[in-house]
Design a protein around this ligand. Sequence first.
Ligand code: TXA
Ligand code: MG
Length: 313
Amino acid sequence: MVGNNLEQAQHLLEQGELVAIPTETVYGLAGNALNAAAVARIFEVKNRPEFDPLIVHVASWQHALHYVQNPPPLAEALAKKFWPGPLTLLLPKQDHIPHLVTAGLDTVGVRCPDHALTQALLQRLKFPLAAPSANPFKYVSPTRAAHVNDQLGDRIPYILDGGPCAVGIESTIVGFDGHTAVVYRMGGISVEEIEAVAGTVQTRLHSTSNPKAPGQLLSHYAPRKKVVLGDIPHLLHDFEGRRIGLLCWQHDYNLPRQQVLSPSGSLAEAAQHLFEALRALDKMPIDIILAEPVPDTGLGRAINDRLRRAAAS
Ligand code: TXA
Ligand code: MG
């Protein structure tokens, strides 16, 4: 069921049930992070391998301190600057976070989402919410309640509808190596913004199926249709005669089946529309999606990362 009844969402979560929740990035599939049975059910509903750890959502930095230990000063500085917002911090976990949440790692990913409904929900709950993106494993993340309902509607009792996600791509994941911040996933906060607070960062964007490279499987965020990434005029030539759909950055190629991410050239708007555009193309009567990269700066780096992973499967 889809709705915006907070009491119902709260009640279900307190019973150990799962509820899909809106965030500013993408919708999450949430359960009580301290309840191992609820967490196990998240993996089951998503069909997600248990080597891929979950992010724990909290109402504030003060709340996060109940679940992590010895956060470096830099972590607090980043939280102060970007929370609530699309930033996940990897920090040493406290013992009462179940191992299933972290896939056996001794760090836990914590994030404070910037969405009024989910903030209100977190304030009501006495526990934090473990929540991966609310899509079947490896598919494109959902940015509307309807996306969740399409794929998981019959597997979960409630979808809290908070409207379309404002950011549209997942949170940036930052861990710490001594005093250095390490970006593990590019996302809604750009690397440049992180560096303005943390100084030069390292990036370790995983691209293998190595479980130590949590979640960052090269093939990810993928629609069912084949995606080819490159220069669209060239690709149109190479794939002539095929049933083609286009995923364009700014330019309108005047094809009947295309999605233009941002006619005005805004990377924020492109991020907001990216997953929805991929879902729309996936439903069209085409065989192949030809996509072009966006400018590789700011949020554009996170968008291009998603496009490369979509094209890798
Ligand atoms: O924006 C987001 O982060 C969304 C919303 C719902 O909050 N959540 C999300 O979750 O994208 P998920 O599970 O789809 O992606 C989380 C990523 C995974 O790649 C996972 O491997 C990584 O975070 N992760 C979580 N905990 C980790 C940890 N302790 N160490 C390393 N990576 C971790
Ligand atoms: Mg995901």
